[in-house]
Design a protein around this ligand. Structure first.
Ligand SMILES: Cc1ncc(COP(=O)(O)O)c(C=O)c1O
Length: 432
């Protein structure tokens, strides 16, 4: 129903194939509304923001703040709680870097030490940072680095045999007295939805000073995120997975926390006063947005949020659930193994699979010859692949533009790969 809004499906692929796009978990295609808004900005109203008083600049600045308000509303936050970044990876690094800066500046006579309550971010050898085995590297490596630099200890909540983050009492005990709990809302490998409510409730009781960080990259395009209801301190996501432009991310930080965070990147836009040997900084969120921002992406983000709101999560969820059931028929193909559960409950339309010992790159290449785009590799999530005892997999993921015909073509092509390689193996072993 919404496929017609995405011009990429009208453009023939360079190799003459029709595009079957099943890689929305990596990045989503863009609707006309987003492309047109960005083209219009570049061709008719382009200007910088926050730096002057002329008409176009004022218009762009107004839109910049409108985007902030719309994104805040989209996740039930306040506009003052939204920081624009270059993507989720930068959002997550920003949190870790801000903690590090707080620790470095704690005992100094700096503006930060005098104006912000840095002590609440203190980390030392007694501090625990909790991640999970299901994290994307973007929500794992920054915490490893922070531990290395502050002496804090890193622990991972385990996942069960389906790859779902465990919430049994023994596993949750890890959270006791944690300082940071960083977890993904939805796994980018299994599509499993994390029981965030249970984890947060437990953390609020047993780790009273914990800051809770949610990697919402894979959830925001598919399920309604409500940061207040989930009672989290931070959330990170990228607009390019949300039918919006690349190069723009959101960091949600609860105002009560963000107000004390020291800046990470510095330069123009973040300062109040600059002398030769020191500077003072603006209030949050402006304190975190150094330099000229990605203005055209911000304009595109307004259109993306309006577009998703016009489609509505009710439609998104029912449409994608319907397709998911079809996609999970992958499990019936000879040699196929789905990573995690093959049931459709508590998950979104992200399905990773293997075909015995056929390398995922071979699967990807065969599918590409049919115009089918999927992700192959470790999907930036090596620990969960290791949990499943494999290094890499193939992944098909859904967006609002997919239809049953796409899934039929995928299933048919995967069956062909499976049959082709079964014959090759049989020939190799002398069997017919
Ligand atoms: C769960 C998850 N977290 C973080 C990221 C990083 O997002 P980006 O590359 O847009 O910064 C991704 C992207 O694949 C993801 O799927």
């Amino acid at each position: 129903m919404y496929r017609k809004d995405f011009p990429i499906f009208d453009a023939p692929l360079g190799n003459g194939q029709e595009l079957i796009y099943l890689d929305s978990a990596a990045t989503a295609q863009k609707p006309n509304a987003v492309i047109d808004a960005m083209r219009e900005f570049y061709s008719a109203t382009y200007s910088t923001v926050n730096r002057s008083t002329y008409y176009l600049e004022s218009l762009a600045t107004e839109n910049y703040e409108l985007a902030r308000a719309k994104l805040a509303d989209f996740i039930n936050a306040d506009a003052t709680e939204i920081v624009f970044t270059s993507g989720a990876t930068e959002s997550l690094n920003l949190i870790a870097d801000s903690f590090l800066n707080a620790n470095l500046l704690l005992e100094t006579s700096s503006w930060e030490a005098e104006n912000l309550d840095l002590a609440r971010f203190k980390l030392d050898a007694e501090s625990k940072i909790i991640v999970t085995e299901a994290e994307h590297h973007a929500d794992l490596v920054p915490w490893q680095q922070l531990c290395k630099k502050t002496g804090a200890k890193l622990y991972a909540l385990p996942v069960d045999s389906d790859g779902v983050i465990k919430t049994d009492t023994v596993s949750l005990k890890l959270l006791h007295d944690a300082k940071i709990v960083a977890l993904t809302h939805v796994s980018n490998v299994t599509g499993a939805i994390t029981d965030v409510e249970t984890i947060v409730k437990y953390a609020r009781q047993h780790a009273k000073n914990a800051f809770i960080v949610l990697d919402a990259c894979q959830s925001v395009p598919h399920i309604k995120l409500n940061v207040k209801k989930l009672d989290i301190d931070f959330a990170a996501f990228s607009l390019h997975k949300l039918y919006g432009p690349t190069g723009l991310g959101v960091l949600y930080a609860k105002h009560e926390v963000m107000k004390d965070m020291p800046p990470t990147k510095t330069g123009g836009s973040v300062i109040e006063y600059v002398g030769i040997d020191s500077a003072t900084f603006r209030l949050a969120p402006q304190r975190f947005e150094a330099g000229t921002p990605n203005i055209e992406a911000i304009i595109g983000a307004i259109a993306a949020v309006d577009y998703i709101n016009s489609v509505g999560f009710e439609y998104i969820m029912s449409h994608e659930n319907d397709l998911l059931e079809h996609l999970l028929e992958l499990k019936n193909i000879a040699q196929a193994r789905i990573l995690g559960t093959a049931a459709k409950q508590n998950r979104i339309g992200v399905v990773s699979f293997t075909l015995d010992d056929i390398h995922p790159h071979e699967i990807g290449q065969f599918l590409d010859s049919k115009g089918i785009a999927i992700r192959v590799g470790h999907h930036c999530a090596q620990p969960i692949h290791r949990h499943f005892g494999i290094p890499v997999s193939a992944r098909a993921s859904l967006g609002i533009y997919n239809n049953h015909d796409d899934i039929d073509k995928l299933l048919d092509a995967v069956k062909q790969v499976s049959a082709f390689f079964a014959q090759r193996t049989a020939r190799g072993s002398g069997r017919t």
